[in-house]
Design a binder for this molecule. Structure first.
Ligand code: ADP
Ligand code: MG
Length: 730
């Protein structure tokens, strides 16, 4: 019975580290070799074709058909020169992972021969059989087709897999009626909207700014376990997390894993996937251990958001593929093990102009600081206005285990600024905006802009308990889940900041029309926003109960579960935000709402089934088996005439097993009944809530009792690899 566990343990303990040799000791020798980047475009494209791609990337001018043919031809020559045989549109459906559909360049000709062909049509558009992707009722059967469309702003790349090379073309995925069926299409729209709004505001300060790009650096946390141990855990295989497992006696309490030395097998694995990532132009820079045993982190240098997200999606895929070569399994789940830290994906976000200025970086002069304060305060105000929408963007069945648990930011959205900037805002709030005469100005603008310390970057205090923290020259959204596609939270963040910047301009214009000087008007509006959004600022311990109570007093939401967090997607406020900026239609929002609810329901359903299966087919049989042994033992002792205290402890264990098995069995039966009831519901929201509040409510009892059994049953018979084995053996 428990053979699989011990076989797995044996092979896991014997496994040597795989030797990994990067193509060169200099990363610059192989960085981006598999990307059709600017330099390759220059080599393989005509001047006009190159220009056409560039104006599409920089100015959003569509590539016309003849140019598309030329670009496709260039892409084909480059990729065939590298041994590529197939191409694929690469997209990000609402399942959360990435999708590909491969076609070969090969095309038969009329004379019975064949050629290698890749046309502009094939580059620009493809029709994957899309009916099996989630669409939230958008595509009824008669319009069951969706299509993928080329996104020239993210360069094509070559994916290497064991058996061949594929040219991948990043695309958006939309229905025939034009609705977005993916994460990328709305993100691109939000980024465009933000660019326009931010550029217009920049014009107040600096006429040379003609474009604003949002940047993103994603820190990715993950766990690594041995592959054989992984496959010996059906719960890990099917749900990505352990549904049972008693805490290991040694956990993270010694705090010795963080920044400790990296185990050799994992080190080889990191080097391997980093090399693959670097070849794909993913600028990975940082690697280290994380807090929990078996937990690690990697981070690239930040990039333009669309690219950063494509790269993160690609990276997660690579991490999974490369792990196989090392007989390891990477766990991107937000909470694979109860009792130790979960994993997040910190989203470091800032705004950078075409002139190279980071708008969230405090400047040296008061004028620059006014610009900084404008973007800084508008971001705070945007988050204040749409905190619930931001909360919804990180809601998932996995992340529900993390948010509000004591090692991750709470489900309450608040902003941490650090003492210095907090003081600056307080000072502005309490002081008057005076428009002194020019001669009275002491070098400054005369607006009472408090001095902003220059060395913020190095001395911002790090409050790890805040979901949304300012860290010197960027905001860090920490509540994003480790397996999530960041496009969803980043669409929200960019859209709400864009909306807010547009409102800001309106407010400033109003004052200017009334005769106020522009800088004074700006300062007055900033001051007003600081006052209005004050409640979202919190500098204290986000993990504490006091904060939950205080947040409630302040009127901030604390929405703990996904089904309810998603409500805001179909609110009036959200519809207005998105339709005004042409990011989503109401139909798309309703579709997304439904898709996310269904996804939630399905995942709990799977967990519940696996839990039932494991209990019935593995845990209870093993428990009864062991109990029988004890019964025989007691009977034997009694036959020898040994009674009373000599059988006491066995008797206690026998009773305990009987009681726990009964509790577990009863809970599993009741859970199945609740599942049946929930499945009969027709409303997606009601069903998700039933799964959350009814079905899921049995998980804790079942788990608690199974974990107690794990402690008392003979280790040699326990079927599932234990936490100490999963976390420490590699
Ligand atoms: P930590 O938050 O652990 O101190 P870093 O400061 O090194 O880490 O940054 C973490 C991530 O933030 C990296 O991906 C980094 O490239 C990114 N980052 C740094 N500056 C910016 C910025 N201005 N905009 C967006 N991301 C940034
Ligand atoms: Mg960080």
């Amino acid at each position: 019975m428990s053979l699989l566990r011990f076989k797995a343990l044996e092979s896991a303990m014997r496994r040597p580290a795989v030797k990994v040799t990067p193509p060169s000791t200099k990363i610059s020798d192989f960085y981006g070799v598999n990307v059709f980047d600017k330099s390759k475009m220059k080599e393989f494209l005509s001047k006009e074709a190159f220009q056409s791609v560039m104006s599409s990337v920089e100015l959003g001018i569509p590539v016309d058909r003849t140019m598309a043919d030329q670009i496709a031809a260039g892409l084909k020559s480059w990729s065939m020169s590298k041994g590529v045989t197939h191409y694929s549109h690469w997209f990000q459906p609402l399942t959360g992972s990435t999708a590909e559909k491969h076609d070969s360049f090969f095309e038969p000709t009329v004379d019975g021969k064949s050629i290698e062909k890749f046309s502009g049509d094939a580059l620009v558009q493809q029709e994957p059989d899309a009916s099996s992707f989630p669409n939230g009722g958008i595509r009824s059967t008669f319009e069951a087709r969706g299509y993928t469309a080329w996104d020239p702003s993210s360069p094509a790349f070559i994916m290497e897999s064991g058996s061949g090379l594929t040219l991948c073309i990043p695309t958006v995925f939309v229905s025939y009626t034009g609705e977005a069926l993916d994460f990328k299409a709305p993100l691109l729209k939000a980024l465009n909207s933000l660019d326009k709004a931010a550029t217009a505001v920049c014009q107040y300060f600096d006429k040379s700014v003609t474009k604003v790009n949002a940047s993103l650096g994603i820190e990715q946390e993950y766990f690594v376990v041995d592959e054989d141990l992984f496959y010996a855990r059906p719960d890990l295989v099917s749900t990505g997390r352990t549904l049972f497992g008693h805490e290991s006696a040694r956990n993270q309490q010694l705090e010795d894993h963080y920044f400790g030395s990296i185990p050799e097998r994992v080190y080889a694995y990191m080097l391997d996937f980093e090399t693959e990532a670097l070849k794909l132009g993913i600028p990975l820079k940082t690697r280290h251990n994380e807090v929990a045993p078996g937990q690690f982190e990697c981070a690239p240098i930040y990039e333009e958001i669309n690219l950063a997200i494509d790269h993160n999606q690609l990276l997660m895929d690579l991490m999974d593929k490369v792990a196989r070569r090392h007989k390891l399994k990477v766990l991107l789940h937000e909470k694979p093990f109860a009792g130790v830290n979960g994993s997040g994906k910190h989203n470091n976000w800032s705004l950078i102009t075409n002139t190279g200025k980071n708008l969230l970086s405090p400047g040296k002069t008061p004028k620059n600081n006014l610009m900084f304060l404008t973007f800084f305060v508008n971001t705070i105000k945007a988050v204040y206005n749409h905190a619930d929408l931001l909360r919804s963007s990180i809601a998932s069945v996995n992340n529900d285990h993390r948010l509000g648990a004591n090692e991750a930011p709470p489900a309450i959205i608040s902003i941490f600024l650090g003492e210095q900037l907090n003081d600056v805002l307080d000072e502005i709030e309490s002081s008057h905006v005076v428009n002194r005469k020019k001669k009275e100005m002491s070098g400054a603008l005369g607006l009472n802009i408090p001095k902003i310390p220059q060395i913020l970057l190095d001395n911002t205090d790090r409050n790890r308990t805040s979901p949304f923290a300012f860290t010197g020259n960027k905001f860090e959204f920490r509540a994003v889940g480790s397996s999530a596609n960041s496009a969803n939270p980043m669409t929200v963040l960019n859209a709400i900041v864009a909306e807010q910047l547009n409102l800001f301009r309106q407010d400033v214009e109003k004052l200017v029309k009334k005769g106020e000087k522009k800088d004074v008007a700006i300062m007055k509006i900033i001051r007003q926003y600081i006052k209005e959004s004050k409640n979202i600022r919190f500098e204290g311990n986000g993990y504490s109960d006091e904060w939950a109570a205080e947040a409630e007093k302040r009127g901030l939401s604390n929405i703990k579960t996904t089904p309810k967090a998603l409500d805001v997607l179909i609110s009036e406020q959200t519809a207005e935000l998105y339709t005004k900026q042409h990011i989503f239609t109401e139909r798309e929002l309703h579709a997304r709402h439904e898709i996310f609810l269904e996804n939630y329901t399905k995942k709990i359903q799977i967990e519940s089934r696996i839990m039932g299966d494991l209990v019935t087919s593995q845990i209870i049989p093993v428990a009864l088996n062991y109990q029988t042994k004890l019964v025989e033992n007691v009977r034997g002792l009694k036959e020898l005439g040994l009674n009373g205290t000599s059988t006491d402890s066995q008797m206690a264990t026998i009773t305990q097993i009987a009681e726990r098995v009964n509790i577990i069995q009863k809970a599993v039966n009741e859970m199945i009944e609740e599942r049946k009831k929930a499945n009969a519901l027709t409303d997606a929201r009601e069903m998700a809530i039933a799964y959350d509040e009814k079905v899921k409510s049995f998980f804790e009892t079942i788990r608690y009792n199974v974990d107690k059994l794990e402690l008392i049953i003979d280790d040699a018979q326990w079927p599932l690899p234990k936490f100490r084995e999963l976390l420490f053996i590699k």
